[in-house]
Design a protein around this ligand. Sequence first.
Ligand SMILES: Cc1cc2nc3c(=O)[nH]c(=O)nc-3n(C[C@H](O)[C@H](O)[C@H](O)COP(=O)(O)OP(=O)(O)OC[C@H]3O[C@@H](n4cnc5c(N)ncnc54)[C@H](O)[C@@H]3O)c2cc1C
Ligand code: SF4
Length: 316
Amino acid sequence: MGVVEGDTLSQTPTYDACIIGSGAAGGVVAKELCEGGAKVIMLEAGREVPPGKFLSHKWPYELPYRGLRGEKQAPFYQGGVSTSIRYEDCDSVSVDRIRVLGGRTVHWNAVVLRYAQRDFKGWSADGIEEDWPLTYDELEPYYERIEQMIGVCGQDDGLEIVPAGKHYLPPLPWRCSEHILHRATNGMGIPLISVRKAVLTTVYDSRPPCHYCGHCMSGCDVGALFNSAVAMLPKAQRTGNFTLRQNALAREILVDREGLARGVSFVDTQAKREQEVKARVVVVCCATVESARLLLNSRSPRHPNGLANSNGVVGR
Ligand SMILES: Cc1cc2nc3c(=O)[nH]c(=O)nc-3n(C[C@H](O)[C@H](O)[C@H](O)COP(=O)(O)OP(=O)(O)OC[C@H]3O[C@@H](n4cnc5c(N)ncnc54)[C@H](O)[C@@H]3O)c2cc1C
Ligand code: SF4
């Protein structure tokens, strides 16, 4: 996709929103805000790997480790991100550390089941965890909207434990093994249902359908699998309201004297220079680990323990 490289600090305007991270969350928020008329800048620590460069369809003999050891996904973990940061007591953080335009949607498996009514009531129903402060019914319209936005295949199986939407694309056809399995589960009274995936089974939203190659988790080269970089960011860009900075690693969220976010300090990892961007709203979409790290790194007199961390539980 086209890339708008940013201005120097002195020329930088104040954006309505600065979104940090271009994954599932960042991509959807960018599209929505830009289509709503907001001027948005997105900071993405990684850079684009165009679908034509995915290694999904490489033959084993074309790769040193025959496609094992995460070789096919390696282009999505840029700048030594998997090895450059160490944690005090845990080094097993892996896919949460992705660094690429599109985030983990470039190689996710795209299974998108809704939570059921009872999942929101864990404490009342089963005495575990906490009840959510909202209900399934409150979330339902948003499930419906996002499913239509990203394109989800499946069907309503009439099961309370997996509530269904109203706008699915046709379900993925079963393979021989699933028909065989069905014979067994049928006899046991266990329902076997088609998966609900953000995979297109027909042409949808100008994207082609799945060709059943089975390489989703190495990257879908045709965009049948929902990928934020392919399905969301071009829409944001078409509004004329979107500025994308790739290789832009957010280092700290800057706040004003009242402690409210006013912008972001980031490192241009190519030029090896620190820069600032000004924005009325900062949207943190760097996924679990990196979002927590960014908040903890954003210390100021108003927020000595990091941003949004007055209770000290960020990152725990
Ligand atoms: C192999 C695999 C299979 C999966 N299967 C499923 C599945 O079947 N169903 C399901 O629901 N989920 C699945 N997931 C998980 C799903 O992909 C993630 O939950 C989802 O993409 C998270 O979205 P996000 O926007 O929060 O973060 P991400 O998609 O991880 O995006 C975070 C973005 O932030 C960027 N970033 C990080 N730090 C900074 C920084 N300091 N400055 C600027 N940018 C930064 C990263 O480069 C990245 O682009 C899977 C993931 C993987 C890897
Ligand atoms: S074409 Fe279908 S099976 Fe192949 S990677 Fe894309 S979504 Fe997955």
